[in-house]
Design a binder for this molecule. Structure first.
Ligand code: DGL
Length: 265
């Protein structure tokens, strides 16, 4: 690939920044376009047909406007539905984000794994099939969280979010006897890209310690597999941040760490 590749990273909101951050670390030289479909947020509250009808043409418009070399759908709620439609419709490489059930079940010692995602993601046939195929003898608890993505979004935007609100969404993930570490949940899949934004608070509020599985590093490796490692040139190309609501964004400085220190235009 000559010059800097352009990588378009898409989510319903700010959650995909947790995926972007890992991709930027792996390909610091690339040009990034981050698109938050905030006009349709939260995806977890929409039906399957509505999400397909929204995302497939929108990605087509974004490809036409930005000519990316690769598109990352950094949203489980969308990826568990739209990947085959996108690959059919557009001839560029796509990388999706789906619940990391296989690695979580492979590493659980107590064989109790919880999958924390949006209500949409835990309902999907795609997610159920991952459990059928890869649970490897684990008891998998699906937890559909109605509000955690919005709480993460609010916290990143500088609003006060109470511990009680977060804990209410998190508690159903903790299954088994708190005082028996051999028979309680030991691994939680973060099956929504917004949740790693709250990782410190999730860790602090957890009734007992667990391993949190964030798929972002694996997604970054997949991107590098597809477009290659960075060349010698270490200059950073630019970064853009687009909100589909067209709201003026005042978050540029707060978002810099996700863009590898660049201020997104
Ligand atoms: N970030 C999205 C995901 O990974 C979901 C948030 C939403 O409900 O829009 O599932």
């Amino acid at each position: 690939m000559a010059g800097f590749p352009t990588i378009l990273v898409f989510d319903s909101g700010l959650g995909g920044l947790t995926v972007l951050r890992e991709i930027v670390a792996a390909r610091p030289d690339a040009h990034y376009v981050y698109v938050a479909d905030d006009a349709f947020f939260p995806y977890g509250h929409h039906g399957e047909d509505a999400i397909v009808a929204r995302v497939v043409p929108l990605i087509g418009d974004l490809i036409a406007a930005h000519r990316p070399d690769l598109v990352v759908i950094a949203c489980n709620t969308a990826s568990t539905l739209v990947m085959s439609y996108l690959r059919e419709a557009y001839k560029i490489p796509f990388v999706g984000t789906v619940p990391a059930i296989k690695p979580a079940c492979a590493q659980s010692r107590t064989k109790r794994v919880s999958v924390l995602g949006t209500k949409g993601t835990v309902k999907r046939e795609y997610t159920r099939a991952l459990i059928r195929d890869f649970a490897q003898g684990c008891e998998v608890t699906l937890v559909g969280s109605p509000e955690l993505a919005s709480l993460a979004e609010a916290a990143l935007s500088g609003h006060e979010v109470g511990d009680g609100e977060i804990l209410a969404e998190l508690e159903p993930c903790f299954v088994g006897a708190a005082d028996d570490e051999t028979a309680r949940t030991d691994t939680i899949v973060l099956a929504c890209t917004h949740y790693p934004l709250l990782l410190e608070r999730l860790t602090r509020l957890a009734p007992w310690p667990v391993d949190w599985i964030d798929p972002a590093p694996a997604i970054a490796r997949r991107v590098v597999d597809l477009i290659g490692k960075p060349g010698r040139q270490s200059d950073k190309a630019g970064a853009e941040m687009i909100f589909t609501s067209n709201r003026p964004h005042t978050l540029s400085r707060a978002l810099m760490p996700f863009f590898g220190g660049r201020v997104p235009a």
